[in-house]
Design a protein around this ligand. Sequence first.
Ligand code: J2J
Length: 561
Amino acid sequence: MTTPTRSTRSRALPYPRHGEAERRRFRELGLWTPESFADFVVDRTRRYAANTAVVGRDCHGAEVRWTYADLGQQAALAARRLASYGVARGDRVVVALPNVVEYLAVVLGLFRMGAVPVFALPTHREIELGQFCTIADAAALVVVGDPDGTDHRGLHKLVSDRVAEQGVEPPVLVDVEEWERGDAGGVAVEVADVAADELAFLQLSGGTTGISKLIPRAAEEYLYSVRASAEICGLDQDTVMLVVLPASHNFPMSSPGILGVLHAGGTVVLAPDPSPRTGFALIAREHVTVTALVPPLAQAWISAARRRRPDLSSLRTVQVGGAKLNDVVARDVEPVLHGRLQQVFGMAEGLVNYTRDDDPDELVLTTQGRPMSAYDEVRVVDPDDPSREVTDGQEGALLTRGPYTIRGYYGGPSWTEAVNASSFTEDGFYRTGDLVRRHPSGHLTVTGRDKDQINRAGEKIATDEIEGHLLARREVLDAVAVGLPDAYLGERICAVVRLEPGAERRPEELAEALRTAGLATYKIPDSFVFLDDFPATHVGKNSRRELRRLLTDQLADQLTD
Ligand code: J2J
């Protein structure tokens, strides 16, 4: 048994946090406890040792079923393997794994050894991964071989080059596919002594800027949200949760998600893909009681269930969140998918709203829930005069502050100074960028968005980022990305482009250029519109934003014509 070696990496950076008086208050109220994630892993894997913790596939495609005791051992084994790559206590490690059981072993292994996971998605490419590794000064990048035809070794090389360009030491590549089954490798690593207020992991922000924003989370505030969520959702040892969304997204991670289930001693079933066919088979076979979907998936599942009449009798709750759920689809959830609908409106920065089991149907169908905590502060303000709160029922911009909402993003001043100043008010409220109406019961209905972001099937894309990459092309004189209404995706990405006179209009070429630039596929525009002139905007206003609005209106009009 060894204590982890000292890292050659920088220590985690300080970041804006709750004030001392508030921290004391949350602890005195019993909301925040001294439990760290290392403690959490050890305690739950012992407490529920004989229960089934995880059902899923490993990265070789083999079916795996782990008890909590197995999961504890797998986490210890993963820690040992990670240490043999040089990963040490306090190191940041970018994890970009699909929904395979190794994902859980790696994440719990990192928690156990006091290292800090950075939760990337397997769809991220060198631009995103390069930024995460640079901002976090990551010691390692964890991937699996070539599940979807991506050359991860090549990807690691590209990421490393980008990171080195920024003067940061590139991450070590950890390919879990190379881990021999059962082969421990390295020397066992002790459970780290981690404080509950230390940086525990970095989560990704949906993004409104071309530069990734990393969200710093600590055990005391995050585990509070996990416990509160598990309680609201009634999780216990009989809970069987099917995870179809990418496991590292904040929704399936903690609302109440995988961590909620592990907290309560239930079973996590990892779906290798989100298709209704796979989902329905797993629900029937594993007697799944709860699952979390984004609206387009809910729609696809409803339509498939109508045709196939699968056995969904075990399903008690169907959570839908990540993007606005259409009222019509909402009404079909319970009759067709059998489970009661729970709307979830959350954000990786903090605030999560749930409709409750005992809410009247009308609220469940037409609102996105109310805050999970009595200590969540919600302000709905006039977007043009944020000092003025609007009355209930009126649309306004949502600001929030509370026991598990962050006070600032993570990273050196060059990454965070401007963005922290614009994303948070002086008194610590997070500007969510969402427009909502508040009901007298405290429930919120999301009515729109006041941020430069496209929500494509729950995946958030910063318009800035797409535009920046298009503008980098010589033949592109101007580019604006807009989200157009889409019956299935909610919104799809349309890039409106003004080309140099005489340049040929080749949409596939532009899409390919973004892909080869190293942008995640979900950010590639679904369509391109070429204009010789962009509509004129009022001078002095934030012209890009106004342009985007004008173009959205124009294009939406054309769609309905
Ligand atoms: C409308 N918009 C929604 C909803 C999120 C639980 C659930 C979701 C997320 C998430 C999460 C919405 N209706 N029901 O982290 O823990 C949009 C809003 C919000 C943004 C946050 C969780 N649910 N949204 O989606 O960080 O615009 O988190 O501000 O990815 O998604 O995105 P993200």
